[in-house]
Ligand binder design. Structure first.
Ligand code: 5AD
Ligand code: SF4
Length: 443
């Protein structure tokens, strides 16, 4: 087959990739799990699928090829994927789905061999060789064509731009360094060129992406320099995820000063206890985190703050948990993503003694959740009565409201037919812990 020509660019022994018979695959469905890095990788695979002449469908039943682009961060992620694999196998027996590909972080993990065997998966790819999907679907492609340096597909109004991949930290609980590898930064020129191209093509909203986005650097230049340049080009900018040890005061000042940057900071803290932070190898103490937040509040008037918190890491005592509750009170987060510790095979924490019993984890989880939500609700209520300029995003709520975002980074529901990508001005009329509700737009 002519595809043999391209076989020299791949390493079959590593990936176990088998090419699909030409012409057999006409439709493909990509299902994405997990973080925005995965959303971005899915965009890249979508481009390959469209380039290969397949059309994208949204449901498994009408797909010849199903790509599950997976997340491995927490254990239930694997359980969820197992559920999907079971369903896909049934459809394959009924002659519907023809090929199944498993990509992303589970694909890069040891457990993927077991899943491949059990569910007869046709193609398993990690996060570093997603470009091999191209060959699988019959594209005469080369390795370089779909490397991380390549831009993602433009959304109509918003786009993700990956500025770094991988992570140089070694947090005790985290599988990311094992599956995504060490940090690789894209060059500033490359990033700016992509941002320029996207905005020239009408993209309104650019989100800079990376596992530790603020660790970006290039020969003396740091993340703050890159952010400033991007904010001069794009009409609306955000970035995620940051690491407290890399977050410079200069970056916080730029967020406050730049009219195009959404004033929301996502800065995962993980725990409020210095003892736990040390055990997790986070590289900072809780007071240093608090000081960063003070600077953020000073520099970014009306900004919103979100974080990630893990409850029940091995060895977490009641005292450690109380320190987390105190930090939640002090930092007044607007949103927190709270995770129950989940042991990931291959991480240091999975081997640690002193596991916290499930019922204790559950209670602590609820206590942290309650503290965050009470605070968020109080702060959101303070917004009632204010007139906000709201950026309308894609998608609608179940009851037909447009979904938008204020410049302060609050999510807002708007009762209007507003066009995605446009701005409306509206008064905030009520608030819940997670979202603000606007009245009819004034414009
Ligand atoms: N268990 C629970 N939460 C985890 N996270 C990462 N690994 C684990 C784990 N093993 C959480 C962290 C991280 C977020 C993306 O997921 O809070 O910031
Ligand atoms: Fe994982 Fe820690 Fe790296 Fe974040 S900084 S991706 S939690 S190892």
């Amino acid at each position: 087959m002519s595809r043999m020509r391209v076989a020299i660019t791949k390493k079959p022994a590593e990936s176990g990739a088998r090419s699909a018979p030409a012409g057999e695959l006409k439709t493909a469905c990509i299902r994405t799990f997990g973080c925005q890095m995965n959303v971005h990788d899915s965009d890249r695979m979508r481009r390959m699928i469209l380039d290969a002449g397949l059309s994208e469908v949204q449901d498994y039943e009408s797909a010849d090829l199903v790509v599950l682009n997976t997340c491995y961060v927490r254990e239930n992620a694997v359980d969820r994927v197992r559920g999907h694999l079971g369903q896909l196998n049934r459809l394959r027996r009924e002659g519907k789905v023809k090929k199944i590909a498993l990509t992303g972080c589970i694909g890069a993990a040891e457990e993927s061999a077991e899943l491949k065997e059990q569910y007869g998966i046709d193609l398993v790819l990690g996060t570093h060789n997603t470009y091999e999907l191209a060959e699988f679907i019959g594209l005469p492609t080369m390795r370089e064509t779909y490397t991380p340096n390549l831009p993602g597909v433009e959304g109509r109004h918003s786009a993700f731009v990956t500025i770094m991949t991988g992570c140089n930290y070694r947090c005790s609980y985290c599988i990311v360094p094992a599956v995504r590898g060490r940090m690789i930064c894209r060059s500033m020129d490359d990033v700016l060129e992509e941002v320029q191209r996207l905005t020239a093509g009408g993209t309104e909203y650019i989100t800079l992406l990376g596992q530790t986005v603020d660790a970006w650097r290039e020969s003396g230049k740091r993340f703050a320099d890159l952010l400033k340049r991007v904010a001069e080009i794009a009409p609306r900018v955000w970035f995620t995820t940051s690491h407290p040890s890399n977050m410079e005061d200069r970056t916080l000042r730029i967020i406050g000063e730049s009219p195009s940057i959404v004033k929301r900071l996502h800065l995962p803290v993980q725990s409020g206890s210095d003892r736990m932070l040390k055990m997790m190898h986070r590289g900072y103490k809780s007071d240093r985190y608090r000081r960063k937040i003070e600077v953020f509040r000073e520099e970014v008037a009306d900004g919103t703050l979100s974080t990630d918190i893990i409850v029940g890491h091995p060895g977490e005592t009641e005292e450690d948990h109380e320190a987390t509750l105190r930090l939640v009170e002090d930092c007044r987060f607007d949103t927190a993503y709270i995770f129950k510790f989940s042991p990931r095979r291959g991480t240091e924490a999975a081997e640690m003694p002193d596991r916290v019993p499930d019922e204790v984890v559950q209670r602590r989880f609820l206590e942290v959740l309650r503290a965050v939500e009470q605070n968020a609700l109080r702060q959101n209520r303070d917004k009632i009565g204010s007139i906000e300029e709201i950026f309308i995003r894609e998608g609608r709520t179940r009851n037909g409201r447009a979904i938008g975002e204020t410049w302060s980074g609050h999510a807002v529901h708007v009762p209007a037919e507003a066009e995605p990508g446009s701005y409306v001005k509206a008064r905030i009329e009520s608030a819940g812990p997670h979202v603000l509700y606007a009245g009819e737009p004034a414009n």
